[in-house]
Design a protein around this ligand. Sequence first.
Ligand code: PRP
Ligand code: URA
Length: 209
Amino acid sequence: MGTLHVLNHPLIQHKLSILRDKETSVKEFRELVSEIAGLMCFEATRDMPTEEVEIETPVAKAKVRRLSGKKMAIIPILRAGLGMVDGILNLVPGCKVGHIGLYRDPETLNPVEYYCKLPNDIADREIIVLDPMLATGGSASAAIGFIKQHGGQHIRLMCIIGAPEGADRVLKDHPDVDVFVAAMDEKLNDHGYIVPGLGDAGDRIFGTK
Ligand code: PRP
Ligand code: URA
């Protein structure tokens, strides 16, 4: 069974409190999503393997550590996941970016796939799937399923706000996947929105409402 990590660092909590506020502007919302993703990436990559290499500083030879083995890929779930990409690329500029397009059917709440483009060597990469919201878990679970069908093997999920139903669903459907959230909220409402949540993440990132 995968592990649920709640990354409630004070800096993340502070930024999240502004993100949730309905008065926060689109510009600030977008910046905060990116910043929180960067802070979360710090924790979500904590166990990435490193290897010793020798370099020369201006003063002496030194044995230092660098990331080793598998390289990373991030895969935002379109569209809201796009808001998390830059925050991670700022820290890991060499990581590849795949895309999965899913939308949640408003009637059934079931995910519908409309786009998928992943790096060719996806099987060899440490993958972080990105989506700010983990509500019923349907979108994240389906996205992870598609990535596995394309050969992805080492997958983590990073969401800013989760609902218990969504985390349970992903951990049950994909016992090999660890889930990272900045906050675990109380519940879903009748429309499948996270309560208290932050509303519609995609609309708030892109200003479409
Ligand atoms: C939102 C969100 C997740 C999904 C979460 O996307 O970004 O992808 O809903 O809900 P779930 O856990 O119940 O599947 P939405 O379908 O609104 O699309 P968008 O990103 O294009 O706004
Ligand atoms: N998608 C969102 O953008 N927000 C929610 O609360 C649930 C799903």
